[in-house]
Design a protein. Sequence first.
Length: 366
Amino acid sequence: MNDRNPARLDALRALMHAESLPALLVTSAINVSYLTGFSGDSSALLVLPERVLGVSDARYSTQLEEECPGLEVSIRPVSQNLWAAVSEVVGRLALSRLAFEANSLLVASHETVREGCPTVTLQGTSGLVEGLRMVKDAGEIAATRRAVACAEAAFTRLGEGLDLSRDEVETAEELESSMKKFGSSRPAFDTIVAAGPRSALPHAHPQVGQRISSGGFLLIDWGATVDGYRSDLTRVVLTGTVVEEYGEMFRAVVAAQSRAIAAIRPGRLTGEVDAEARKSLEASGFGHLFGHGTGHGIGREIHESPWIRPHSEDLLRPGMIVTVEPGVYRPGLGGVRIEDDVLVTPDGAEVLSSLPKDFDAVRIRV
């Protein structure tokens, strides 16, 4: 475990103590990694006031030694599944009560643990580790900055040689390949490339044979992953002449995003940030075409707390990294979404991404 993990475990123990939880079974692979540095899967972690125990299998014996030196690990035999092994370890600890991650542990797995530990009361919890993950430390922020820079470099290269005869799938593959060359271990999520009217689908899947020149504009939503941390950006590229209404939609979204970003600061509720974007779009006449939240946290997962959506009471704190991505979608015409990654600073916000979003600046010259 690196030097960040003991502090994270101590913070988790403090939360457990506040909720009178004697032990916590961590089953989310992302949370196990966050707490220990282990990059594998098919493993679990038991966190107690004075001990931390990992449960895994022989495939990861060497990896655990290298990535998590000092971690007490129980390696299960091939004949035993993970949850039976967890039950065995829990039984040796003589616990009367065990908390578990309700959002991660499957019902069947829960039943195996329950049947294997009939004297132990299982108590579901949620958001303990995720709450810690919301605020990023210096290393996490640096990794996110690199993920943003990688995604932006790949997008810039794509724009410099954009082939309008290509289809959406070819364009997405080119962007992902370029991100890898710039240092991304993998795409942060499935890249969205949607041309013309298909951009009215907020989560459109790239289609074979769908020319990117269709409709005169192209929506691209993409991100890179660096050291396990992700970026998430969206831009619209103008590939031809567009109708006046589309230009109005574009400018309205840019204005709404700017207003939302200006509202970000420590102590502000995320629901209030969302409201600023909605007020802006309502004033421009497009509020009824905005059907999703204004943003979300990013980090080890592409969607994580905090959530910038109506009535959310998540409180912004320095070190949080969120997306700000209002959008307007007109069926039959197309959609506009502009998305940037924003760091909450002690006195406001820093936009980590820097690609142009002015209407005249996003036109491709061919």
